[in-house]
Design a protein around this ligand. Structure first.
Ligand code: ADP
Ligand code: NA
Length: 333
């Protein structure tokens, strides 16, 4: 039996978005509070460099993301919080997984296709191998649960395929079958400009997303300009079918207020966007302003963040080192 252990990560590339907060960080805090799990959260800086990052900015971006986690309620006394490049076991295990995963599996990864775009030949080999490194992130800790947004489901399934093939090829039951945890109202927050795309820090349009560092006026402006349709809001979630932009805004409202979609719909039935948008903006500011204020306070003391991350890396290594050492032995290295 494996220890109930949660692992998840976020790339420190650009600022954190409301999508990261609702789809990931808020749920990281939830699993920390639930108890019964050991929780390990990682700023995956080695994933970030699969596309070029400004070397002068990367360390600060990592500190800022760490501050975002802590400001949102990830408690370094109760969760392990660190950045990936400090724990070499991730890269060591990733190499073994590069040799376990099959090209055909990698070719099916939709995120690679999205991120590489039309000119896939010019993408880095690292971007292609990204899911094998992600499998190593998770399995270096024998993590049993991975809270992620909808977009990461395929990568967690690949992690299971890699674990199963490793176990089969080396006649062992060394790696667990990790469960993705994709729950809650906001597992897929969409762009404010296009209801068919997810909200992402890598979207070229800043108007498409709410950043955790946006001030009240910026949040209000982005929500006011968010794409919608002319109809008033209906009374049930079902009636939002075919209205992706409206659904997304209600979904954000529900997630921020800790309610189900149906509860939110009951409250909002009949409202025009002219009424609803300012309410949503006010709620977003009320929830995000304290996080932003705390992030600013924390990033004023970068040395303290560095101490927290260094201690987290030590704790992480204590778990990962014996697991990765054993994986090497199993393979015959
Ligand atoms: P991004 O896509 O913004 O670069 P990452 O790839 O670093 O974010 O993802 C970090 C975590 O945040 C993952 O668990 C991912 O599923 C979640 N996430 C990212 N964007 C969204 C979104 N729009 N809605 C819900 N969850 C999201
Ligand atoms: Na992502």
């Amino acid at each position: 039996a494996f220890t109930q252990r949660v692992f998840s990560g976020i790339q420190p590339s650009g600022g954190l978005t409301l999508g990261n907060y609702l789809g990931a960080i808020q749920r990281f805090v939830g699993m920390q509070e639930t108890g019964g799990y050991e929780t390990i959260y990682c700023l995956v800086d080695m994933h970030a460099i699969t596309v070029w990052q400004d070397p002068a900015r990367l360390a600060d971006a990592t500190r800022e993301a760490a501050a975002g986690f802590i400001a949102s309620g990830v408690d370094p006394e109760r969760s392990i919080l660190f950045n990936q490049s400090r724990v070499p076991e991730h890269a060591q295990l990733a190499w073994i997984f590069n040799c376990v995963a099959r090209l055909g599996w990698m070719n099916r990864m939709t995120q690679f296709k999205d991120k590489a775009g039309k000119n896939a030949e010019a993408a880095s080999l690292g971007l292609y191998a990204y899911p094998a490194l992600m499998a190593a992130d998770i399995l270096a800790y024998h993590a049993t649960h991975v809270p992620v947004g909808e977009d990461q489901k395929q990568h967690v399934e690949l992690t299971r395929d890699i674990a199963a093939k490793f176990n089969h090829d080396y006649e062992t039951d060394f790696f667990p079958m990790t469960e993705p945890v994709i729950e809650g109202t906001a597992t897929r927050v969409m762009s404010l400009r296009d209801g068919s795309k997810k909200m992402s820090k890598s979207d070229p349009s800043d108007m498409s997303r709410i950043n955790l560092t946006d001030d009240a006026d910026t949040i209000a402006k982005k929500i006011k300009k968010a794409k919608t349709d002319p109809e008033p809001l209906p009374g049930t979630a079902k009636e939002l079918d075919g209205r992706p932009e409206a659904r997304n805004l209600v979904n954000i409202y529900a997630a921020l207020s800790g309610r189900s979609m149906d509860e939110a719909m009951t409250e909002l039935a009949g409202q025009q966007f002219g009424q609803f948008k300012p309410m949503l903006a006010e709620l977003a500011v009320e929830k995000l302003a304290p996080i932003w204020t705390e992030m600013k306070r924390l990033t004023d003391d970068p040395a303290e963040i560095d101490r927290i991350l260094a201690r987290g890396a030590e704790q992480a290594r204590e778990i990962a080192a014996p697991i990765v050492k054993r994986a090497y032995e199993i393979v015959g290295l």
